[in-house]
Design a protein around this ligand. Sequence first.
Ligand code: 4NP
Length: 159
Amino acid sequence: MRNTSVLFICLGNICRSPLAEGVFRNEVEKLGLSEHFTIDSAGTGGWHIGNPPDPRSIDIARQYSIDISKQSCRRLEAEDFHDFDYIFAMDHSNLANAKSINNNGGSAQLSLFTHYAGQGEIEIPDPYYGGTDGFNTAYLMIKQASIDVLQRLQNQANG
Ligand code: 4NP
């Protein structure tokens, strides 16, 4: 399998995309494919640059034995569209914001995460302003999308 680079994006890069980075990396590790993947996350907004993920995201990941506490928030940049093969957005507004950062350069494939997973146009709801339930929902949706996307990427790489 050739190297594949995957970037997860959301608005703040403190709730959903850090979770997606950690969960997807965990799925890749479980399959012994770590050496074939570069995995990162970023936000379209710049409010939390340099900060760790939201404590509620760290907690929900920890409940499923995944440590995302060492991640650091960064902003999506136009160069990311040159550096990554795939950029997966959590919702439609992330997609629109990413397109405005992009300037139409680069060869990254920008998709809604669930769409690329074959689940349709489902958004991972932003849990930032809600309670802990929203973080568990985000985790479960991200976990299933990660499994499905990884399967698709493996099929493509092997086929
Ligand atoms: P995220 O959630 O996009 O899943 O990281 C948010 C985090 C922070 C803010 C909005 C959404 N904010 O407005 O600061």
